[in-house]
Design a protein around this ligand. Structure first.
Ligand code: NDP
Length: 622
């Protein structure tokens, strides 16, 4: 394998494609197959460059005049900072390169040949534009702003009174291969048409740069996860049903498929899913807009998860009143898990098939073009049937509300099988802790719209299985465990566990609330005491308050709560602590994914944040 000359994170000079100009760039990654480096310019532009187009910083002499610009967009900015000028007119290096391509094609065939050698050509394409037709231009690498949050924001807000943080202009750039030249021409024509009409919003088809490094171990990793996790789920459930669920015991045998599959159970599962879909479709609850998509559009979402929960609670209450035997779910728990798995797998096939026909602009930035990987991660970002958003619906409804219902079933099963007049204190603690978690998620449903599940990952097997199978059947493991493995919890111990749970909840809720409030309105006077770092995207990063404590305070709170959910099960077996172990792995991995995405988004500003806030999740530990 040929070796690479430059390391990730190294600052070098990168040639701007189609020109002889070099700018300071940061090496983000290197693709050993294509031998291309992904580099980031100081204005946030990410491009792929050949090694021959990259020079070490030291190989350039400093210009005395200081006219050498440090980023392509700075050149752009130095020509005109007029607000009325349309970006379409700006003589950016990208446009200059494009312009020079056109003239070259008219007169210099030699030059064209030369340029065809370019691996990639660029087109600067503003993704989201304010109606003013210009940007609040900021550059990574500028001296860090240590000012109070309100100061930089207020100036921007005073100039352009914006209600939402997302109204800030985010000049990003899309990169297209030369073979898409004809598409360029079409867009150019469109662009020219728009320019003649004056400054306006442009929402042409833009494609987000696809993620090159596949996550989750790439194709083999995705394949193994898809096979391994369902098998592991059944192993956990089978172990939990054993009288002696020690890990040292030989795993119990899997029942025959004929015992596991029951049409009636599958029918009950379909009914559950259908009822939740019906609740979701009810025209009750606020309609809000999601985060801007790559083409600037914002999808609408109805917030009625909490209502769905109330209606479900009423339906379950009515079922109990009329004597419906809910313990049926306990006795057929494995069959229900299989029914959910079959449904999730079928849904994934449907999602993949429709994703094949989806326009490119609708694909998730995580999709890769590889069939196995895309089946796993999902091709389409927001698959919808009419206004019914499949991913958003599955994120919080059938699985999350199902988890609470399963916990209730376990509570009833405990009373029945242990001949108790009332549930045990341990079962009450587990049920109420997890109920609080689910109600909190549904009450703050809008927050899910900014998570990477919604904004980055497609809807494929990973989320379908996670939302519909893993969450309800694995997260209820503690309650399932307590049915056959009672544990006596003393009142003082219960008080300590409650205190731990509340401590975790306060960290989790306050951290999430602080970030959500800041993202919604960065100029919120209640947040004026917080310090921030500027980023070139127009979005700032909090560096004090909860987000100055560690880089993911919400994960810390979540992990503390996870521990509090397991403690009521005692210390006889490790099985009820599976959730804590699994969740730690999940959040450490998720943190790394988020970190990579944030580094791509925010570049140097993210590094500054990491320097200021060195610990990721647990202070002084990790
Ligand atoms: P987070 O809520 O942690 O959000 C991460 C995003 O926040 C980043 O991508 C960035 O996005 C923004 N951000 C990061 N640092 C800062 C900062 N300093 N200032 C301002 N914005 C910042 O994302 P998750 O979706 O991972 O988690 C959401 C919640 O869900 C968490 O509480 C988590 O514990 C929980 N969760 C629970 C799971 C479960 O199974 N129970 C599974 C996964 C998550 P940007 O800058 O673009 O806004």
């Amino acid at each position: 394998m040929p070796s690479r000359k430059f390391a990730d994170g190294e600052m070098v000079r990168g040639r701007w494609p189609g020109s002889s100009l070099y700018y300071e760039v940061e090496i983000l990654s290197h693709d050993s197959k294509s031998q291309l480096y992904t580099v980031k310019y100081k204005d946030g532009t990410e491009l792929e460059l050949k090694e021959s187009d990259i020079k070490p910083l030291g190989s350039f002499r400093q210009r005395k005049s200081g006219s050498a610009s440090s980023s392509p967009s700075r050149r752009r900015g130095s020509r005109s900072r007029s607000r009325s000028r349309s970006p379409g007119r700006s003589r950016s290096p990208g446009r200059a390169a494009k312009g020079s391509r056109r003239s070259a094609s008219a007169s210099h065939h030699v030059d064209i040949k030369e340029m065809k050698k370019e691996v990639l050509e660029v087109k600067l394409t503003p993704l989201v534009l304010k109606p003013f037709g210009n940007s609040i231009s900021r550059h990574n690498g500028e001296p860090e702003q240590r000012a109070q949050n309100a100061v930089p924001h207020r100036s921007a807000q005073e100039q352009f009174p914006l209600s939402q943080e997302s109204s800030y202009t985010s000049i990003q750039h899309s990169l297209r291969p030369r073979r898409e030249e004809s598409k360029f021409k079409k867009i150019d024509l469109e662009e020219e048409k728009i320019v003649t009409k004056g400054p306006t919003l442009r929402t042409w088809d833009v494609t987000a740069t696809q993620t090159k490094d596949l996550e989750f171990g790439g194709v083999p990793g995705a394949f193994l996860i898809m096979l391994g996790l369902p098998a592991f789920l059944f192993l956990l459930l089978l172990m939990c049903r054993q009288r002696e669920p020690s890990l040292l015991n030989f795993p119990p045998p899997l029942p025959a498929l004929s015992d596991l599959w029951e049409a009636r159970v599958f029918g009950a599962y379909l009914l559950w899913f259908g009822v939740q879909a019906l609740f979701y479709s009810l025209p009750i609850g606020k309609v809000v807009e999601g985060t801007p998509l790559a083409d600037g559009r914002r999808l609408q979402y109805r917030l009625n998860g909490f209502y769905a929960f109330i209606l479900t609670s009423a339906a379950v209450g009515a079922a109990l009143f009329w004597g419906v035997e809910l313990c049926y779910v306990y006795h057929h728990f494995l069959q229900f898990a299989l029914a959910a798995l079959v449904f999730a797998a079928g849904l994934s096939v449907y999602l993949y098939a429709r994703g094949l026909r989806a326009p490119r602009g609708d694909l998730s930035p995580a999709s890769s073009g590889n069939a196995i990987y895309d089946f796993f991660i999902g091709r389409e970002l927001n698959p919808r049937i009419g206004t019914f958003d499949l991913k958003y619906f599955c994120e919080l409804r059938p699985g999350l509300i199902g988890w609470v219902v399963i916990n209730l079933v376990m509570l009833l099963a405990e009373m029945k099988l242990q001949h108790r007049a009332a549930p045990s204190l341990a079962m009450i603690l587990v049920n109420s802790f997890q109920l609080l978690y689910v109600v909190d998620a549904l009450w703050n449903e809008e927050a899910v719209l900014t998570t990477m599940d919604i904004t980055h990952d497609g809807f494929g097997f990973m989320l379908a299985f996670g939302d519909l199978v893993w969450v309800p059947f694995v997260y209820s493991l503690q309650a399932f465990y307590l049915v056959l493995h009672p544990n006596q919890v003393s009142w003082p111990l219960a008080a300590l566990i409650v205190a731990l749970k509340l401590c975790g909840y306060v960290i989790f809720r306050c951290a999430n609330a602080q970030k959500n409030a800041f993202r919604k309105n960065p100029a919120d006077p209640k947040l004026a005491h917080l310090k921030t770092i500027h980023t070139s995207t127009g979005k700032n990063l909090l560096v004090s308050g909860w987000w100055g404590f560690v880089r993911h305070p919400n994960y810390l709170g979540d992990l503390i709560m996870a521990l509090a959910w397991s403690l009521p099960c005692g210390f006889q077996h490790i099985l009820p602590y599976f959730y804590v172990v699994y969740f730690t792995v999940l959040l450490v991995h998720r943190e790394a994914r988020d970190e990579r995405q944030c580094r791509r988004k925010y570049g140097v500003a993210w590094d500054q944040y990491c320097q200021r806030v060195p610990y990721r999740i647990v202070p002084y530990v990790y």
